[in-house]
Design a protein around this ligand. Structure first.
Ligand code: EAX
Length: 323
């Protein structure tokens, strides 16, 4: 029987196998982060809550570390219903749900409170559900803090230092444009391939938040971390609409409630994880730089002009919340 399970798992079916209990449903959730990452810990909480609420009848099986593919690939698997759930950065979703490009505007939010008001408010909800027509239903946001540059050979004290440096970005045109405006050479690579790319000199640096910098062990190779905090991209927990429509109303309610509650929990875990990550990487010999953000802000202004030409709606709404 176990061999059967293994084979079925291998061909990506979303109905799970279970020993002895034929009513039990398993939903597979795949993502790119390692198990020590605070966003993974948030998802574990969600899975635990679903298990408790359903009395063990509904199981969320988590596949971390890009085991089932990159963020782009898991989104594709969701769209055809091969897996039920995924967690990706909003930047990875841009190619699927263009409305989400708004989150990729550098220095979009004035502060944490502004970000939280947007995400937890009407706009945040609308953007979370914007993927429904593309078979990607958003369940909740997880906090992914601020992204900053890290480099192998040369510290980034100002945008000039990005000149001639190959910087890994996510598969996001907005991120490509951002790095280009700042003077670097953007190179899209999936998260799971980045450690080797840094090590082998395929790229000279990347950008991410402190817990990802730590849990990916990129800090072993990239010894300069410049906290310019150019992006605050939320992570999104998503369910395939094919999976969602296959659930009873009660099951949908369990999942939504568990997702909401896990997001609150994850925000608490995040703050601590961020601080801890900074301490650990410093201890490991990473030099932390606190650059003046102004030149970064000014150089990325053309991104706003490009964006405004196509779809200014959400940006204007987000600006209004700030005021
Ligand atoms: O979604 O690819 C990345 O850099 C992301 O930060 C990560 O996978 C979380």
């Amino acid at each position: 029987h176990w061999l059967g399970c293994l084979l079925l798992a291998a061909v990506f079916i979303f109905a799970g196998c279970s020993e002895g209990n034929t009513d039990k449903k398993t939903i597979r959730l795949a993502h790119a982060l390692s198990t020590s990452h605070p966003v993974h810990i948030g998802m574990e909480r969600m899975a635990k809550l679903v298990d408790e609420k359903s009395n063990g009848q509904l199981e969320i099986a988590i596949f971390p570390s890009q085991q089932l593919g990159s963020e782009r690939e898991t989104l594709e698997l969701l769209q055809i219903g091969s897996i039920g759930m995924t967690k990706v950065s909003s930047a990875a979703l841009e190619n699927f749900v263009p409305e989400l490009r708004v989150y990729s505007l550098p220095y979009l939010f004035q502060n944490d409170e502004h970000a939280l008001n947007v995400l937890n408010g009407e706009i945040g909800r609308e953007l979370l559900l914007a993927g429904e027509e593309y078979w990607l239903r958003g369940l909740t946001y997880y906090d992914a803090g601020y992204r900053s540059f890290y480099t192998v050979n040369q510290p980034v004290e100002s945008p000039e230092d990005l000149q001639g440096q190959k910087i890994r970005v996510m598969e996001s045109q907005m991120s490509v444009n951002m790095v280009r405006e700042l003077g670097g050479s953007p190179t899209p690579i999936s998260f799971g391939e980045l450690y080797t790319a840094l090590q082998q000199g395929v790229v000279d640096g990347a950008e991410n938040n402190p817990p990802s910098f730590l849990s990916s062990r990129h800090y072993e190779v990239a010894k300069y971390y410049s906290l310019d905090e150019h992006l605050m991209l939320p992570d999104l927990l998503l369910i395939s609409t094919l999976q969602w429509d296959n659930l009873s109303e009660q099951e949908q309610k369990w999942i939504q409630e568990a997702a909401d509650s896990s997001a609150n929990y994850q925000r608490q875990v995040w703050a601590e994880a961020e601080e801890e990550a900074m301490e650990i990487v410093k201890e490991a010999g990473v030099e932390v730089i606190y650059p003046d953000k102004q030149p970064f802000i000014e150089l990325t202004e053309p991104i706003y002009d490009q964006y405004r030409e196509t779809e200014p709606e959400f940006f204007e709404l987000i600006q209004r919340i700030k005021d």
